[in-house]
Design a protein around this ligand. Structure first.
Ligand code: FUB
Length: 404
C-alpha cells in the first residue's frame, strides 16, 4: 500500500514504518504509535491512498491490522503529533544531570526549576563541595505523557554580582505579573546566601538582583504563596548547608547541631515583601513536633529536618515536606498555619539511589505529582537525574509513601 504524505509525495507503508524505527528517532516508538502515524498520513489525504499494482511481500515488522482492515479515521488523531510516553519514574532529562526539581504550574503549563549538576569528578566532602554547580536551566511540560522541553540556560553564577559558586537547589514563584527565581549560592566570604532573580517569562532568562536577600543564609529556598496572596520563603539545610552555624543569628564557623536531647533545628521562614525581593519582618524557625506536641529532638535522625523544605496546601491543610538527610527519607508534617508548628505525619518517599534526596509536590491536570531525583544515570551522588511519579492522598489527608 502507498501512502500520500502531506507534502504531496508518496511512500510505501513498509518504508514509513522502517523510517520510524531508525535509531535517530527519539526513544522507543512502539508499533502502535507507528500504526497511528500511518493512519494520520492516510487521514491527511484519504483520496490518494492507492493499492500497489502487485502485492508486496508481507513485512515482518508491520502489524497486519495496520495494512488491512483498520478504517481510515474521519478526523486527524491529535495523539500522533505528541507521542504518548510512560515517563513515570524514569530520568526526565538524559543529556545533562538535573537534581532538586521544584515544579510549578504557571499559565496551565508545568515548569521545572532544577539544579544543574555538572559532569566533573570533584572529590566528595561532608561540606558538599562535590555539588559544584554554576547555572540553571528551566524545563517545561504540556502534560505528563511526554518529555520535558529544555528552555536553555536561564542564569549563570558569573552574572550574579554577589555569588561565587555552588548554585544549589532553586525555587520559583509568580506574583505581580513577574516570575521570581530564588537560589542559594556562596557569597564572597564562602557563606551560603539566598538570591532572587526576575523574569517576565516563567522560562527565563532571569535577571539577578545585585545583592543577596538581606538577612538570608543557608540553602534550599522554597517559595509558597498562600490563598490570601501572602508569600513566604522557607529555607535552610544542615552540614554543607550551614544552618547549624546560624543558631545565634550570626555566622559561627564552629556552630554544631544541638545536643541529642534538645529540639532539632527547623527550617527558617519569613514573609516576603510585596515586591518579593526582601523579607518582610523577622525570621521564624519552623517547629516540627510529634503527635504529643513535643518538638522532634536533634538525635531523631529518622524524623528531624535536614534540608529541602517544600510547602504546599491540600484541602486547606499546610504540608511541610523535607529531607531527613543522613537517613535519606522525604518526610512530611502538617499544620493549620503556614508557619507551624507542623506535626510529623510520616514519609512521602523512601530512600533513593544516591546520598541526597530532594523533591517537590504539585497538582497538575487534576492529579498530584512528586518530582524527585536519584542517581540512576551515573551511579554518582553528585550527578543526579530528576524524575516524577504520581502521589496519592488517603481520605484522612495522609500521603501514601512512595517506594520507587
Ligand atoms: O543540590 C545541592 C544540594 O543537594 C541541595 O541544595 C540539597 O537539597 C541536596 O539535594
Amino acid at each position: 500500500m502507498l501512502l500520500s504524505t502531506p507534502l504531496g509525495g508518496q511512500i510505501s507503508i513498509e518504508r514509513f514504518i522502517a523510517m520510524l524505527q531508525r535509531p535517530k528517532f527519539p526513544r522507543s516508538i512502539s508499533l502502535v504509535t507507528a500504526m497511528l502515524a500511518a493512519l494520520f498520513l492516510s487521514a491527511c489525504s484519504p483520496a490518494k491512498v492507492e493499492t500497489a499494482p502487485t502485492p508486496l511481500p508481507t513485512p515482518t515488522a508491520i502489524p497486519t491490522a495496520a495494512a488491512t482492515s483498520i478504517p481510515i479515521p474521519t478526523t486527524i488523531p491529535t495523539a500522533v503529533a505528541t507521542r504518548v510516553e510512560d515517563i513515570m519514574q524514569k530520568p526526565l532529562v538524559t543529556d545533562s544531570y538535573t537534581a532538586d526539581p521544584s515544579a510549578h504550574v504557571f499559565d496551565g503549563k508545568l515548569y521545572i526549576y532544577p539544579s544543574h549538576d555538572l559532569d566533573h569528578d570533584n572529590p566528595p566532602s561532608q561540606n558538599g563541595d562535590q555539588y559544584d554547580m554554576e547555572d540553571y536551566h528551566v524545563y517545561s511540560m504540556d502534560n505528563l505523557q511526554s518529555w520535558p522541553v529544555d528552555h536553555g540556560q536561564v542564569l549563570h553564577v558569573k552574572d550574579v554580582p554577589w555569588a561565587t559558586k555552588q548554585m544549589w537547589a532553586p525555587d520559583a514563584a509568580f506574583k505581580n505579573g513577574k516570575y521570581y527565581l530564588y537560589f542559594p549560592a556562596r557569597d564572597r566570604e564562602g557563606l551560603f546566601r539566598i538570591g532572587v532573580a526576575t523574569s517576565p517569562s516563567p522560562a527565563g532568562p532571569f535577571v539577578p538582583q545585585a545583592e543577596f536577600i538581606p538577612g538570608s543564609f543557608s540553602i534550599d529556598p522554597c517559595a509558597f504563596i498562600d490563598e490570601d496572596g501572602q508569600a513566604y520563603l522557607y529555607f535552610g539545610g544542615l552540614w554543607g548547608g550551614q544552618l547549624e552555624k546560624w543558631q545565634t543569628g550570626k555566622f559561627d564557623p564552629n556552630g554544631v547541631e544541638p545536643d541529642d536531647d534538645q529540639p532539632a533545628l527547623g527550617p527558617r521562614v519569613a514573609k516576603l515583601s510585596a515586591d518579593m525581593l526582601s523579607f518582610d519582618g523577622p525570621l521564624g524557625e519552623v517547629s516540627i513536633v510529634d503527635e504529643e506536641g513535643q518538638p522532634l529532638l536533634a538525635d531523631d535522625h529518622m524524623r528531624r529536618f535536614f534540608e529541602a523544605a517544600w510547602v504546599h496546601k491540600y484541602n486547606g491543610t499546610y504540608y511541610l515536606s523535607y529531607s531527613t538527610g543522613d537517613t535519606h527519607y522525604i518526610a512530611y508534617a502538617t499544620s493549620q498555619s503556614p508557619t507551624g508548628p507542623f506535626t510529623f505525619r510520616g514519609y512521602v518517599l523512601k530512600p533513593v539511589p544516591g546520598w541526597t534526596t530532594h523533591h517537590s509536590i504539585v497538582e497538575f491536570q487534576g492529579k498530584w505529582y512528586l518530582f524527585y531525583h536519584d542517581d540512576e544515570l551515573s551511579g554518582i551522588d553528585h550527578k543526579r537525574n530528576m524524575k516524577v511519579t504520581e502521589l496519592t492522598y488517603n481520605a484522612d489527608g495522609s500521603i501514601q509513601m512512595i517506594d520507587p
